[in-house]
Design a protein around this ligand. Structure first.
Ligand SMILES: [Zn+2]
Length: 205
């Protein structure tokens, strides 16, 4: 899965579920934790940070750091930010499994990793309906990641689609929020006018 999908798909899900977590737009930058596991490729040991040995301590450290920063009053809402960052770290493994992996969850104990693949093919012109689906919809793939330094795809169409989806949801929500803000301030003015009207009525009597 490409860089943009790992960045923006988890952000889109988190923002759609709990937009209030991003009241401070700075928390959007936490999306970079969705790339944490791929840093094992820098050292030529793919899989090292895709295992529980790498991900569990990292996510515990992020949650702990968030709590400490919050308790000391250094950063508001740091507890939420720590949990969000940990969630983004885990999202990487989920996306990689969905994308075929292999994700070696138990490395370095076991080098083999797992992933899902989708072998089903639509066959046109097949009897009797002229259309058939051949092969299983989902299959489990168990292989070891290729060791050493390798070349990987950087950006693909799904990444671009993830960016566009995030932009549509984020900008749409923000513009609705600002419309509501304007509407409620208009209502406030009406309310004030009504109050003045009442006072005027009272004065006439
Ligand atoms: Zn990965």
């Amino acid at each position: 899965m490409d860089v943009l999908t790992h960045l923006f798909l988890p952000l889109t899900v988190a923002f759609a579920v709990r937009p209030e977590w991003f009241d401070s737009p700075a928390w959007l930058a936490l999306g970079v934790f969705g790339l944490f596991s791929d840093f094992d490729k820098f050292v030529g040991a793919p899989g090292l940070l895709h295992s529980l040995v790498g991900v569990v301590p990292m996510s515990l450290a992020l949650v702990g750091l968030g709590r400490v920063l919050d308790r000391r009053g250094w950063i508001d809402d740091a507890t939420t930010a720590g949990r969000l960052a940990a969630g983004f770290v885990w999202s990487h493994l989920l996306l990689d499994v969905i994308d075929g992996g292999p994700v070696p969850l138990l490395a370095p104990l076991f080098r083999t990793g797992l992933g899902l693949e989708y072998p089903a093919r639509v066959v046109f012109g097949a009897e009797p309906l002229g259309l058939a689906v051949s092969g299983p919809l989902v299959a489990l793939r168990i292989v070891a990641p290729r060791p050493g330094f390798n070349a990987y795809g950087f950006i693909n169409g799904f990444g671009i689609a993830s960016v566009l989806t995030f932009a549509a949801i984020y900008l749409g929500r923000r513009s609705r929020a600002s419309d509501n803000g304007i509407a409620s301030s208009d209502n406030g003015n009406e309310f004030q006018d009504d109050e003045l009207g009442c006072r005027d009525d009272g004065g006439d009597r």
